[in-house]
Design a protein around this ligand. Sequence first.
Ligand SMILES: Cc1cc2nc3c(=O)[nH]c(=O)nc-3n(C[C@H](O)[C@H](O)[C@H](O)COP(=O)(O)O)c2cc1C
Length: 202
Amino acid sequence: MKVIGINASPRKGANTQTLVEAVLNGAEERGAETRLVNLREQKINGCLGCEGCKKHLGQCVQKDDLTLLLQEMTTYDAIVVGTPVYWYHVAAQFKMLVDRLYCFLEFGENPDTGEQTIKSEFPRGKKMIFIISRGDPEPPALFPQFYDHLQEWLNLIPLSLGAGRFEFFHQFGAGIDRKAARNDPELLRKAKATGAGLLSST
Ligand SMILES: Cc1cc2nc3c(=O)[nH]c(=O)nc-3n(C[C@H](O)[C@H](O)[C@H](O)COP(=O)(O)O)c2cc1C
């Protein structure tokens, strides 16, 4: 099995990266081939909204590292993506990646029912793990509804891409401590177990 880990935190070696690496390690120990990509080291742009991809579905017209990464993602069996929570949502780097995944999607309408349809050119059936690191504890002291909204939004990603199986791995209460995950053996154990779980058939 081939597993790609994508870390969207701009902080080098901090919580999100630590957890993405722990998930990859868990998968590696079960025999997976893994690769880690730190988005902070990539030259990436946001979606231009040019709709050029609708002429050649699955191909973004931009020439940056994300265009290559999007193609590379299609070749892996499992995708692990991590983001810190910023302003009750994902980090900008993660949002750029998700916006650019638009290149795989085609929106249409069922001529009989008038219902909106979404077709995805992204290869179906991938396993996906989303890692979300946040400063707030669970339950949060303020605005819990925004976290519910974030979770609903995150669900959209694997559903739109036709993932075969997906799960969310949360770190709560990190504050601004970049080493919070590294100093939490139980959290690291769970992250490794989540990675190992990618190799199980259920
Ligand atoms: C710009 C910014 C906005 C943040 N907003 C939130 C937030 O809305 N909720 C929260 O729980 N933590 C928030 N945090 C804290 C981070 O989510 C937390 O420190 C996380 O562990 C960072 O991940 P990292 O260590 O991988 O960078 C914010 C941090 C920054 C820098």
